[in-house]
Ligand binder design. Sequence first.
Ligand SMILES: [Ca+2]
Ligand SMILES: [Ca+2]
Ligand SMILES: [Ca+2]
Length: 309
Amino acid sequence: MRFRKSLSIVIATLASTLSGLSFSSHSANADSPSIVEAGTRAVQNDYVVWRPGNGVWYVSNSATGSVTTRQWGISGDIPVGGDYTGDGRSDFVVWRPSNGVWYVNDRITGAVVTRQWGTAGDVPVGGDYTGDSAFDFVVWRPSNGFWYVNNRISGGVTTQQWGTAGDVPVSADFTGDGRKDFVVWRPSNGVWYVNDSATGAVTTRQWGTAGDVPVGGDVTGDARADYTIWRPSNGVWYVVDTATGAVRNQQWGTAGDVPVSADFTGDGRNDFVVWRPGNGVWYVMDSATGAVTTRQWGTAGDVPVASFR
Ligand SMILES: [Ca+2]
Ligand SMILES: [Ca+2]
Ligand SMILES: [Ca+2]
């Protein structure tokens, strides 16, 4: 997480120095994916950035092109979008390092939930770790390698020691049971350490090398996260199918881009997605068909939000 954290700091600094930059207007794409579920609810991710300078979330619906904005959070916060209310839609959520408070703003109703969980230096790791279909409040503490899980619905607490200082925690479900697992990727040896959150079963896999960026998510569509890293030096995505061990490499993106874990086509498979701070463009390659979609959304200093639907 050091990379992401330092990136966030850089982005925040950029944002404060570039305050006054206007937000670029949305340009609709005729070829935007339009898959919807039950006729109304999009299942693919939306284009979302959070702007540290003003705390505003900018959402461009990938199906309809409609725009939503909401002010939620302040400079210094870490955006952690996800479905914390269990209605199937991602909410506007920030975690504040200075006081450890999670601030949830329901995307649909605007209802607010706050909970203190974590402390400065922790890394927020969103996701449903308990299997109740709502995201839980979860932090990983680099200083002792502990995961602290606070059930969003019940308030029940679970802790698990997994990982060590220097590791990068990854929000991912490698076992396919709908519960995120305790997962860290170790830059020093490139090993993924997976601890099944339901059974405690351990799996390790060497994949990637120092300088790579681990990306959680299911690329193959079997509901199990795959070992996926993105290499800034050559822009290549390296994917190992967790179920079969099959390897796939895909060049997509370039140094300076931010890889984003997201499914923009709604087929249940994560796509190859990078957001480019220099021009604010999202570059999406459909992982199933290779079809390319681009959308300008956001500007330098923004933070792209992964897996927001
Ligand atoms: Ca799991
Ligand atoms: Ca998979
Ligand atoms: Ca997809």
